[in-house]
Unconditional design. Sequence first.
Length: 762
Amino acid sequence: MKFTEGYWRVRDGFTALHPREIHEARVREDGRSLVVHAPSMRVEHRGLTLSNPEFTFTVRAPMDDVIAVTVEHFTGARRRGPDFEVSEPGATRVSVDAAGDAPLLRSGGLEMVFDRASAEFAFRTADGRELTRSGFKAVGRLTGPDGAAYMHQQLSLGIGETVYGLGERFGPVAKNGQAVDMWNDDSGTSSDRSYKNVPFWWTNEGYGVFVAHPEDVSFEVGSEKVGRMQFSTRGERLTYYVILGPTPKEVLTRYTALTGRPPRVPAWSYGLWLTTSFLTDYDEETVAGFIDGMAERDIPLSVFHYDCFWMREFQWCDFEWDTRHFPHPEARLSDHHADGVKVCVWINPYIGARSPLFAEGMENGYLLRLPDGGVYQTDFWQSGMGLVDFTNPEARAWYTAYLERLLDQGVDCFKTDFGESVPTDVVYHDGSDPMRMHNYYTYLYNRTVFELLERKRGHGEAVLFARSATAGGQSFPAHWGGDCESTYDAMAETLRGGLSLASSGFGYWAHDIGGFEGTPDPDLYKRWVAFGLLSSHSRLHGSSSVRVPWAFDEEAVEVLRDFTRLKLSLLPTLATVAEDTVARGVPMMRHPVLEFPDDPGVLHLDRQYMLGPDLMIAPVLRADGRVDYYLPEGRWRNLLTGDEVDGGRWVREHHTPRTLPLMVREGAVLALQDGRTDTEGSLLEGLRLLVHPTAEPCTRTVTLRSGFGEDAQEVDVTVEIGPDEVRATATDLPAGWVLEVAGVRADAVDGCAAVNLAGRGR
């Protein structure tokens, strides 16, 4: 929130305190942390030590290249949970110096340096490059008209410095000029509210900041002071982590080391998902018709999702099949598996009053309670519903016992919907602060379900389809973009939300192909299909109308078939990208600045994205098929059309529903399996290595994997690109692979293949 009116004046009703000088700086007994005491008035004589409010800074090195800062006014303020789960292995390279005019702490290549005379401080690299600073009146404590206390911190933003992250946001991906509040809300994709709020951002200047508060943190991104990034929250304490890059990818790697890495998800999750849609009428026959219809049209289907009405109306959630429409659930689930189709069912953390589980949960203390001891209830969503109290271990066990029955029936995964509409006038089993629990609730909810799936299905085989999240939620994938309209505008909003979420440490992402609210026209449906099948995860879903392609036109069937098969052919490449997500926390879908941090032309892009390091994709967002997109320097090639385009400029093209800009970067090595129709089997057999040569000689090594699992076989392929020849060599790669350069192919012999750029393969 804003605390000032203009540059100098504090808002009416607020009073402010700011540190003015350092009175004492000392190294803690552990020799690894720094404590700084800074009064709010300069101590020019002993009398000014009286009634002089003081700030205490505690500075730590939780890991190399990361510095944690806690600034407090009243250090005895009560600390109520929850807190984000943060892994702090401790820095291996740390030094602290409290003497002299510039007390400092160094963690790896990052240091925080105070100015004793002013209590201002800066974060800089070990070679002295300043990343950001806390200047005059940039940190402080404010008292509001109602007597509430707030702590705030402002960090400088340089000229041309661009801010990314802060969770799922549907406005411009570069956050400069925006005011952003961390408060999960069920509000669709067309406002400043969001399902997924993450108090973490990074900039193109080589650092990031994680504010370790699950409650309502407020950000002013150059919107209160144009040269500062402000964050604030209620209370007497503020804790944040400054994370060194220097590249954006390295910032994300260190941030996810602190808050959790995206885990592996099963191969089948990368295929096409189809749902019943929400409000449509469906039963066993309808579902069978959808699945059979896809098979009859040769459209590979990996997952079928049963949305809300697999349960009886007014009884969500009771986790019982509505036997009026699904009288034989175990048999039908077995049929789906026989067809090679996995099964997902919709759940949420709310228990309607008519559900038999409500009385059970109320009696045993498994539902959130009011201060007077009664159960919190609301008519939102389900009549008289209560919310499961996931701070109660017995409530978690009770909830997952019903889910486990479904897994034993044959369900493979869950769509963990909702989790945003969490009240703040309730009492939690463990005494948690309900303000801090509002966003954190979704973390406990999704962790509870994900850990059950890991226990039942094994590591690497657990996957959710989750809507709400906060920091750390990337450890319980995958997430989708929420309720959007069936319009081109909403498709663009959805993409912006996905890019923003990916910039916040989330490795996997999907969205409702065709939009959720309304019915897309055939052209929009086909354009969205191309976008959806070139996302990390792909699901057809709607509200009051179905998303099977034959509901639109025959070309829609062909477009869905072609792009589904294209994605399946790219699985060997996607497996390599996904491993980077698991190992380093770099998202599969990513803003172009992650790959081109030194190109100012990419800083404000939000209508295109990278899928891995080598594919630039620009969805068609207009009914006339026109698309404008930017390509960084180099020679690019459209994977669908073969057209080559020089980069370093904006490009305008027109595309039919069968194509879009799917541009391959110069020097890329793509691994494809042509003709693949499912997600099963090795990803190393019958490969086509597609190489886009560079203007200058270079060598690139790509690690290919036989699958997405932890035990997948890995093979390194070295590609040497020269002026006359492209040569690929590998060890232990299965037979049948070929090398292709500009349409010229060469079979592999003894782990080696070469293409003569004049057109002769050998």
